[in-house]
Design a protein around this ligand. Sequence first.
Ligand SMILES: [Zn+2]
Ligand SMILES: [Zn+2]
Length: 259
Amino acid sequence: MIGQIIIIAVTAVALAQLNTLATSIYLHRTLAHRSLTLRPAADVLFRALLWLLTGGSRQQWVAVHRKHHTYTDRPGDPHSPLLLGFWKVQLWNIYYYILEARNPVTVRKFAPDLAPDAWERYVFSWGWVGLGLGTMLVGLAIGWWQGLVAMILHGILFMFVLAPLINGLGHWRGGQNFENTAYNSRVLAYVTGGESLHNNHHAFPRSPKFSLRRSELDPSWLAIRLLAAAKLALIVGVPIGALGGAAALQGADGPDVDG
Ligand SMILES: [Zn+2]
Ligand SMILES: [Zn+2]
């Protein structure tokens, strides 16, 4: 039984990491900010992976996120802890996400470039089919009930721990390299695909790289460089630190306030 529990826990954590990295690299950096482009095959692979793990709509995700950048911590921000309070965002991030994602005006206004294509219409808009298929695949690998439990645990980890930590804590407490309302957490960045370097991201939203200082690690950036080396991705945005980042920081070894 202990063996089974370990297999389920390891699978759930691995799936949550996979989901976090795919969300960060594809939905966030590739689509929402256009800081890199993907070869069509890699694009469909990311879409398929997210379909199997979340069943969500890429157009909705991108619209909600772009709205967050437009109204950061001001009325109109879908999930600001400064407006809603830290715990509301930490516990109910998924509720605030769904509320905004289901607003057709938000989706039309903020992500008109991602209107449903043939892939979306015939395959990826069937969210529950994706989730069911994803659960079946995990079940094939580790056993039926174990797969179901691992998928549910992965969903809880992703929706109630990792994503809210990025949106909530990322606008509440932490270190800052730049003057904006977002914060960095170097430790959390290890498990949030670099997304917790959120202060850097709000300062340079078009950068495909979120880390700036030597002490900051952005796992998604490592993956993006691998994708680029394999000719599956093309880096479009200027990586933070390559041009303006270091200048804005006045030398990457300047004083740092970390939380
Ligand atoms: Zn933010
Ligand atoms: Zn962003």
